[in-house]
Design a protein around this ligand. Structure first.
Ligand code: ZN
Length: 605
C-alpha cells in the first residue's frame, strides 16, 4: 500500500439504523490543517443535493488523541494541524432508494462515493484506497460486493480492499452490497455484469442475449471500448424508473415488471423500456463520461457547474438509445416509430418549447429542469426530449450536406477521437465547430434556430427525407400518448380543457394549466379540485369525454374548490390543439430513390 495514502474503511454493522460508519485515514495530512469536504452534487444529476446533511457525527483523532475539527461551511471541515496520521470518523445516514445517494438496511446496502467519501483537499490526485470489511452480523454475512473499483485484495464475495486512481475515479464507482443475482457476458472480450438486487424472478438468458447485442453495437459504433469491464447495478422495486451513468458502471432503478419474464416471446413495453435505459446509460460511457463538457470535467462539485451542452449529452444519447435497439434488432421498425412519436408528442404538448431553447434549458438545469413545479410545461423544455429531436435534425443536416457520405454517427466518432479518447473537455462551441469541419459548411444557422433558438423544428421535412409520414392531430382520448390510432381517417378536433388532471379522492385535481389554453382563460389554476362541469359531477375518467362533447360556442360553468373555497368558473371550450404525433413508414414503392437511400443508411439494417 502506498505510504502517503488516503484510505477509507466502510462498515455496515449499523445497517438497521441505516448508518454507514466511515473511518478515513490520511497518512500525510496538510501541516497547515487538513481540510475535507463532501460534494454538493453528483455528476449526471444537475441539482445541489447537499450530501453533507447526511453526515450525523464526525470527529478527528491522531495517535489516539482527539483533534479539533472546525466546520468551515455546510460541507467542509478543517482538522487542526498534526504531525502524524490523521483519522476522521463519521457516520452517514443512508435511507434513499434513488440512484443518486445511499441506502442501507437489512436487505441491501448501496452507496455513491459522493455520499460517503469525504474529499481530502489537496490530495485528490493520489490513489484512494477503500476497505470493505466483511460484516460480522449473521443475517448479512452472505452478502456480496459489486463495484467498478479496482480490486486490491478481496475474498470470493468481494469483501476486502479496493483502489481508485484518484478522487474523481473513486466517486465514480458506486458500490452495491447485497445478495444480488448476477448475469455475466462479454463484449469485445471484456467482462460485463448485470446484477439485480431486490426480489425478482426473471429470464437471465434473455438479458444476456439482448444486452450482449446492445453493448456490442455501441462498442462497434465508436470503434473503441474504453473499459476493461463494465457493471450494471440494478435495483428492482414495485414501481420506479431511473438511471445514473458512471465511467465503468451504471446504476439503474426499475420496476419488477420491467425485467423479462421467463419464456417471453414478444418484447413487452416494460422490458423495451428497460432495454432503452440500459442502452442509454451504456452510450453515456462515451458521451458525457469521457466526451465531457469542459466545465463539468473541471468542477470540484462544491457548487453548480454551468454548460449549454446538456442537450447534446442527454439529447444525442436519447437519440441513440432507442435507435440502437432498432439497429441491433431488439425492436421492430414499427415499435421504433411509436417511441419517436411519443417523444414528439411530449415536446409538442409543452408551450415552453416556444420560449426556452434546449441550450438555455441545459444551462438552467439546476434551477428549472431539476426543480420542476406545476408551471413546468409552460416554462421548461426538456433537453432530453427536444434534444433528441435536435439530434435527429442534426443527423439529417449532415447527411444532406455531405450527400449521404457522413452522418451524426461520424460526428460522434470525431468527438470521441478529438476529445473523449484524449481526455480533453469539450468547449461550449466544440460540437458546432466539429460539425462545420465534418460537413465543410457553416452550420451555424441550424444551431442558432434549433439549439440556441426556439424556432419550430421542421419535423415534417426531416421525416419526409427518410420516407416517413408525419402528422400532428388532436389527442383522441385522455390517454393518447401519440402514435398510430385505430381509425386514422376519422380524426376530428374536439374541445379540450387545456390542463392535465388526476383523480384525487372525490375530486378531479388540476395538475398543469397550459399557457393560452381554455382552462387558463377561465381562471382555473393548478391544485384546483374540480367538482362539477355544467352542473354534473366529474371524474378523471369522464372529464376528457365530457369536455370533448361540449359545443365550442357555448360557455359552461365549472365548479371547483381552491383550498377551502368553492369557486365558479365560466369555461368557454376551445378546439384541441394538434399536438399529438403520428409517424408511419411510407411504402417503398411510393418512396423516391433518395428517400430509400437515406432510410437504408439511417436504419443500417
Ligand atoms: Zn442520460
Amino acid at each position: 500500500m502506498n505510504s502517503k495514502c488516503v484510505q477509507y474503511i466502510v462498515s455496515i454493522e449499523q445497517h438497521k439504523a441505516h448508518y454507514f460508519e466511515v473511518c478515513l485515514l490520511i497518512d500525510d495530512p496538510d501541516p497547515g490543517g487538513q481540510q475535507v469536504a463532501l460534494p454538493a452534487w453528483i455528476p449526471g444529476s444537475y441539482m445541489i443535493r447537499d450530501f453533507s446533511r447526511n453526515i450525523v457525527e464526525i470527529h478527528a483523532s491522531a495517535n489516539g488523541y482527539s483533534v479539533p475539527l472546525s466546520k468551515l461551511d455546510k460541507q467542509t471541515w478543517c482538522a487542526a494541524p498534526v504531525d502524524s496520521r490523521l483519522e476522521i470518523n463519521y457516520r452517514v445516514y443512508a435511507w434513499d432508494l434513488s440512484v443518486r445517494s445511499a441506502y442501507l438496511d437489512q436487505t441491501r446496502g448501496f452507496f455513491n462515493g459522493t455520499s460517503v467519501f469525504l474529499r481530502v483537499v489537496g490530495k485528490e490526485a493520489l490513489p484512494h484506497f477503500v476497505s470493505l470489511p466483511k460484516p460480522d452480523t449473521e443475517q448479512i454475512r452472505n452478502w456480496k460486493v459489486a463495484t467498478a473499483l479496482i480490486p486490491d485484495e478481496i475474498d470470493e464475495k468481494g469483501w476486502g480492499g479496493y483502489v481508485a486512481d484518484d478522487y474523481q475515479h473513486l466517486i465514480d464507482c458506486p458500490v452495491e452490497l447485497s445478495d444480488f443475482q448476477s448475469v455475466t457476458f462479454a463484449v469485445v472480450n471484456r467482462p460485463h455484469r448485470f446484477i439485480v438486487s431486490g426480489r425478482a424472478d426473471f429470464d437471465q438468458t434473455r438479458i444476456h442475449t439482448d444486452l450482449s447485442k446492445i453493448c456490442a453495437h455501441h462498442a462497434e459504433f465508436f470503434g473503441d471500448l474504453p473499459v476493461n469491464s463494465y457493471l450494471f447495478i440494478t435495483q428492482v422495486v414495485a414501481e420506479g424508473y431511473g438511471g445514473l451513468e458512471h465511467r465503468d458502471s451504471t446504476v439503474l432503478l426499475c420496476s419488477r415488471e420491467d425485467l423479462p419474464r421467463r419464456n417471453l416471446s414478444k418484447t413487452t413495453e416494460a422490458y423495451r423500456r428497460l432495454l432503452g435505459l440500459c442502452s442509454h446509460e451504456y452510450f453515456h460511457l462515451w458521451n458525457v463520461k469521457r466526451i465531457r463538457p469542459e466545465t463539468l470535467a473541471s468542477s470540484d462539485l462544491a457548487t453548480e457547474a454551468y454548460t449549454e451542452l446538456l442537450w447534446a449529452f442527454e439529447g444525442i444519447t436519447s437519440y441513440y438509445d432507442d435507435l440502437a435497439l432498432l439497429r441491433c434488432g431488439c425492436i421492430e421498425t414499427s415499435e421504433y416509430l411509436e417511441l419517436v412519436a411519443h417523444t414528439i408528442t411530449r415536446v409538442m404538448r409543452g408551450p415552453a418549447r416556444k420560449i426556452q431553447s434546449v441550450a438555455e434549458s441545459s444551462f438552467d438545469a439546476w434551477t428549472k429542469f431539476y426543480k420542476q413545479d406545476e408551471n413546468a410545461p409552460n416554462a421548461v423544455v426538456s433537453y432530453y426530449a427536444k434534444g433528441m429531436l435536435s439530434a435527429l435534425g442534426l443527423d439529417m443536416l449532415i447527411r444532406q450536406i455531405t450527400a449521404e457520405t457522413r452522418s451524426l454517427d461520424d460526428l460522434m466518432r470525431l468527438l470521441w477521437q478529438r476529445y473523449g479518447k484524449l481526455g480533453i473537455g469539450v468547449p461550449e462551441y466544440g460540437i458546432e465547430q466539429l460539425c462545420d469541419e465534418l460537413t465543410g459548411r457553416d452550420c451555424s444557422d441550424f444551431f442558432a434556430s434549433y439549439v440556441h433558438g426556439t424556432v419550430d423544428l421542421p419535423l415534417h421535412d426531416w421525416f419526409q427525407s427518410l420516407g416517413i409520414g408525419f402528422r400532428l392531430r388532436p389527442a383522441q382520448t385522455a390517454k393518447d400518448k401519440g402514435g398510430a390510432i385505430e381509425h386514422p381517417d376519422n380524426v376530428f378536433s374536439k374541445p379540450w380543457l387545456g390542463a392535465t388532471f388526476i383523480q384525487s379522492g372525490d375530486f378531479v385535481k388540476i395538475q398543469n394549466v397550459f399557457d393560452g389554453g381554455a382552462a387558463q382563460a377561465s381562471g382555473l389554476a393548478p391544485g384546483d379540485k374540480v367538482i362539477a362541469l355544467d352542473g354534473l359531477q366529474v371524474t378523471a375518467e369522464n372529464l376528457f369525454d365530457r369536455i370533448s362533447r361540449l359545443d365550442l360556442n357555448h360557455t359552461v360553468e365549472i365548479l371547483a374548490l381552491r383550498r377551502d373555497e368553492i369557486m365558479r368558473f365560466d369555461f368557454r371550450p376551445e378546439p384541441a390543439q394538434a399536438d399529438t404525433c403520428e409517424l408511419w413508414w411510407i411504402p417503398e414503392a411510393q418512396c423516391t430513390e433518395a428517400q430509400l437511400t437515406r432510410r437504408n443508411n439511417w436504419l443500417q439494417l
